[in-house]
Design a protein around this ligand. Structure first.
Ligand code: NAD
Ligand code: COI
Length: 329
C-alpha cells in the first residue's frame, strides 16, 4: 500500500512519518496542495490524504478514477468544499476526521468572545496611541449575559460547557436537538427565540446549502441591539454585507470571525507584499470592534496530531477492509 499526503505543513510531517514507521506503510509527503494539476503526483499511489482548503471538484475525481485511486481522506471536519456527488460518480470514497479536537475550536471561540467583550482591540489601539485611560471602554461580565449557541454538535457542546463555567446563561438551537441536552431545558424552539434572548450569538453548524446566510439582515434585526457575533464555523453562514451594515449601525456590537465568506484567496496565504482586493474584507479589517483571524481555531498540537493520524488510519482501514466508519455519506 502506498499513500500520498498533500499540503503537509512542517508541523504535520513528523506525525505523518511516525505513522508511516508505526504502520509500515509508505507515505509520500508533499507540501503541494491538492489541485487538478498536482493530483498527477498521485499516479501510482493507492490513496490520497489532503486538507479541505480549496474546492475538490468533478475534474479531480475523474482524474482519481483514471488513476484507479478510490479513497480521498481529508484530515479535517468540514466537507463543504467537496463535490460529494462527483466523488460518488467516479467511485471515490471520501472520509473526514469528525472529531480531531472539538476543544480546540470551542476554546478559541470563547477566547475570541472574551476579547470582544473586554474590548481588547480597542485598548490595543488606545495603547498604541499612548492613551492609557480606562473610560469609556467599560466591559460586561459573562455571568450577566445570555449566550445563544446555534448548533449543539461536537464543538457547540464543548463551547456550552465552557460558557457555563463562566456562569453565563446558555441557550441553544439545533435542527436535531441532542436528547441528553434536551432534558436540561437548554433549547429554545426557534432561531427567532434565540435571536431575541441572546447577548452573544455563536455559530457551530456546518455550511450546508440550507445554512447559507443563516445570519442576515433580517436575523440581525431580530437580535438585541449591540449583540456580539462569534463565527468559528464557516464564513458562508453569514451574509457579510449585511453584517457590515449591522456593525455600522450598532445593531451588532462586535464580531469575532475566524471564518470569512470569501476567505479562500486570503487565509493561510502569505500576502505580506500584496494588497488585498476585497473591499468587504478590508472594511472588516478597519473595524475596531471586529476581530479577524485566519481560520486558526483548529490549530493546536493535539488537533494537528489527531488530524494526520486519523486521516491516515481512515485511508488504511478503507484499503485493507473496504469499509471505514469516517466515510462522509
Ligand atoms: P457537528 O456535525 O458535530 O455539529 C453540527 C451541529 O449543527 C449538528 O448538531 C447539527 O444538527 C446542527 N445544525 C445543522 N444545521 C443547523 C441549523 N440550520 N440550525 C441549527 N443547528 C444546525 O459539527 P462540529 O464538529 O461541531 O463543527 C461545527 C462547525 O465548525 C462546522 O462548520 C465545521 O466545519 C467548523 N469547524 C471549524 C474549524 C475552524 O478551525 N474554524 C475547525 C473544525 C470545524
Ligand atoms: C475543519 O476541520 O473543518 C476546519 O475548518 C479546519 C481547517 C484546517 C480546514
Amino acid at each position: 500500500m502506498k499513500l500520498i499526503a498533500f499540503g503537509m505543513r512542517k508541523d504535520e510531517v513528523g506525525f505523518g512519518n511516525q505513522w508511516s514507521d508505526d504502520n509500515q506503510v509508505d507515505v509520500e509527503i508533499t507540501q503541494d496542495l491538492l489541485t487538478n494539476e498536482t493530483i498527477q503526483q498521485a499516479d501510482g499511489f493507492d490513496g490520497i490524504i489532503a486538507l479541505q482548503t480549496i474546492p475538490y471538484n468533478e475534474t479531480l475525481f475523474s482524474k482519481m478514477k483514471e488513476m484507479n485511486i478510490k479513497i480521498l481522506s481529508v484530515r479535517n471536519v468540514g466537507v463543504d468544499n467537496i463535490d460529494l456527488v462527483a466523488a460518488k460518480k467516479y467511485g471515490v470514497t471520501v472520509t473526514n476526521v469528525p472529531a480531531y479536537s472539538p476543544n480546540a475550536i470551542a476554546e478559541f471561540s470563547v477566547t475570541q468572545l472574551m476579547q470582544l467583550l473586554r474590548r481588547t482591540p480597542e485598548f490595543n489601539l488606545k495603547i498604541k496611541n499612548q492613551d492609557y485611560r480606562w473610560a469609556p471602554n467599560i466591559s460586561r461580565e459573562l455571568r450577566s449575559l445570555t449566550v445563544g449557541v446555534i448548533g449543539t454538535g461536537r464543538i457547540g457542546r464543548v463551547a456550552m460547557d465552557i460558557y457555563k463555567g463562566f456562569g453565563a446563561k446558555v441557550i441553544a438551537y439545533d435542527v436535531y436537538p441532542n436528547a441528553e441536552l434536551k432534558k436540561s431545558g437548554i433549547y429554545v424552539d426557534t432561531l427567532d427565540e434565540l435571536f431575541e434572548q441572546a447577548d452573544v450569538v455563536t455559530l457551530h453548524t456546518p455550511a450546508t446549502k440550507e445554512n447559507e446566510h443563516m445570519l442576515n439582515r433580517d436575523s440581525f434585526e431580530k437580535m438585541k441591539h449591540g449583540v456580539l457575533i462569534v463565527n468559528t464555523a464557516r464564513g458562508t453562514l453569514i451574509n457579510t454585507e449585511d453584517l457590515i451594515d449591522a456593525l455600522k449601525s450598532g445593531q451588532v456590537g462586535g464580531a469575532a470571525l475566524d471564518t470569512y465568506e470569501f476567505e479562500n484567496p486570503i487565509f493561510n496565504h502569505d500576502l505580506t507584499d500584496s494588497s488585498i482586493e476585497d473591499p468587504l474584507f478590508n472594511e472588516l479589517l478597519d473595524m475596531v470592534n471586529v476581530i479577524l483571524t485566519p481560520h486558526i481555531a483548529f490549530y493546536t498540537e493535539t488537533a494537528v496530531k489527531n488530524m494526520v493520524e486519523i486521516a491516515l488510519n481512515s485511508a488504511y482501514q478503507f484499503l485493507t477492509t473496504g469499509v471505514v466508519e469516517t466515510e462522509v455519506k
